[in-house]
Unconditional design. Sequence first.
Length: 371
Amino acid sequence: MQALPKPQNPNFSSGPCSKRPGYDVNALDLSTLGRSHRSAIGKAALERACTDTAAILGLPEGYRVGVVPASDTGAVEMALWSLLGQRPVDVLAWESFGSGWLSDITKQLKLPEVNTIEADYGQLPDLGQVNADNDVVFTWNGTTSGVMVPNGDWISDERTGLTICDATSAVFAMELPWEKLDVITFSWQKVLGGEGAHGMLILSPRAVERLESYTPAWPLPKIFRLTKGGKLIEGIFKGATINTPSMLAVADYLDALDWVKSIGGQSAAIEKSKANLAVLAEFVGANDWIDFLASDPATVSNSSVCFSLKAEPEQVKAMTKLLQQEGVAYDIGAYRDAPAGLRIWCGATVEQADLEALLPWLSWAYEQATA
């Protein structure tokens, strides 16, 4: 095995994810460091993070993009605490993060009318159970199960409820029907390989209307407040963040956005991720000891790809340890709440050649661990 080539970049973690090809921290524009985030230069950088995101994603007119605290988790919880409670809510949960939002809604917010629509790891819940008159909370891509929503056909164009979508491992990797989504959240450290601690909150005009017409029954901490005097705080979506962000992380995110533009935009990033999945799919088809955790091929994620193995949990751990010791693959064990297996990130920042180099090593590690 020593004669086989190794991936030039062995970072296949599902978060924080691999930096973009050719990344060099010394190439970042650091002119904002040491400056106030409320200075003209600081605010301009933050505003560009919002406007460039909207432009690259091709968001519909009227959709607002803001930088918010506490990564994707903060963005989702800001939406849950600020928007829910006006009407019943359907919660879709088929892996750990969706289950986390369900727990928040039932045990923390303690909403009285919650319809739980669940499925086991590897499965997708019955999307036909969603009531268009209810709010719905769901993840587009189950990061810890490798199961994604295949499309938005199940979301009614005549809905009266809001769709609140945690899309942290889907944005820039999958086609999203923006006009069907009212709240979209993601974090920089996923598909773009950015830094942690900051989240992105995207609001449709329908979500803004809810914010300006409905006041929750519970108190909101400062970092969750999106309105003042019954009106949206527009500054949040123009670079005036609620609290102090890391301007170094902002510079890193802008570098990632520039890279997406350089390779051809969002569509190119999506195609790159799909091509990476195809490499893994061919390997699965050729080996009977490994399979996708997702049972339906239409729902297999093309970013956080999860696998089940014909192996005991301790054998899987031995595999990941061997691969790490060889400097071949780091951080590819399944999420702690998920079934034992492997999880390999194949978003656009991962090079196809590195995945191709990894695969023979997977076979080697499996043989070693199960011998």
